[in-house]
Design a binder for this molecule. Structure first.
Ligand code: FES
Length: 201
């Protein structure tokens, strides 16, 4: 655990992680037992889309679910978090998400379908560590101009609250946004594009 554990965002994160509901929670709990599944069931668990109920995710809170063995974050962004995204643009390596690190429908400053919810794979694009949410702003311990974002504990790469990497970091790219769609206002399906399998959710 990093020092992130002592701040409010981390406490909220831990609470959310322990209370994830729906299919995603089932997948996470079932993970240690994958080896005992039949080949077809195992393939489904490893690669199937994951439905996440976000109705209880509070503003400023982040939850983690697993899809294809990768941590996927769902961050509920506050209005001040959203406002910070414009302010950091001059300091970003790829502010317009020109690199193919997200589906086309998330190629915007929010890197999301709904601005208030960031859905993103929580893996640093340098060497694969998992960055920590540093939502507090300002936070001189991270950066003199910090407005909130993610800090990688391995080599210090910094990202904004859309997962866009700052210039001059070891990480070369923005973090990856996976395919995702909304089955309804509070159910996000990770691993499917908006036009896919609407009847399944
Ligand atoms: S793995 Fe994140 S900065 Fe190196």
């Amino acid at each position: 655990m990093s020092t992130e554990g002592v701040d409010d965002s981390r406490r909220r994160f831990l609470l959310a992680t322990s209370t994830v509901v729906g299919g995603a929670g089932v997948v996470a709990l079932a993970w240690p037992f994958l080896d005992s599944l039949s080949p077809s069931a195992k393939a489904l668990a490893e690669g199937a889309p994951v439905s996440v109920d976000i109705s209880k995710v509070e503003k400023g809170q982040q939850i983690t679910v697993f899809w294809r063995k990768q941590p996927v974050w769902v961050l509920s962004r506050t209005s001040s978090m959203l406002a910070s995204l414009n302010q950091v643009t001059p300091r970003l390596a790829d502010p317009k998400s020109e690199q193919p690190q997200q589906p086309d429908y998330c190629k915007n400053e929010y890197r999301a379908i709904k601005p208030e919810y960031l859905v993103m794979i929580g893996i640093c694009t340098h060497l694969g560590c998992s960055p920590k949410l540093k939502a507090q702003a300002p936070d001189p311990a991270v950066d003199p101009h910090w407005l909130g974002g993610y800090l990688c504990p391995c080599h210090g790469s910094k990202y904004d609250l859309s997962g866009r990497v700052f210039t001059g970091q070891p990480a070369p790219l923005n973090m990856v946004v996976p395919p995702n769609r909304y089955a309804n206002d509070t159910l996000v399906v990770i691993g499917e594009d908006p036009h896919e399998n609407k009847s399944k959710a």
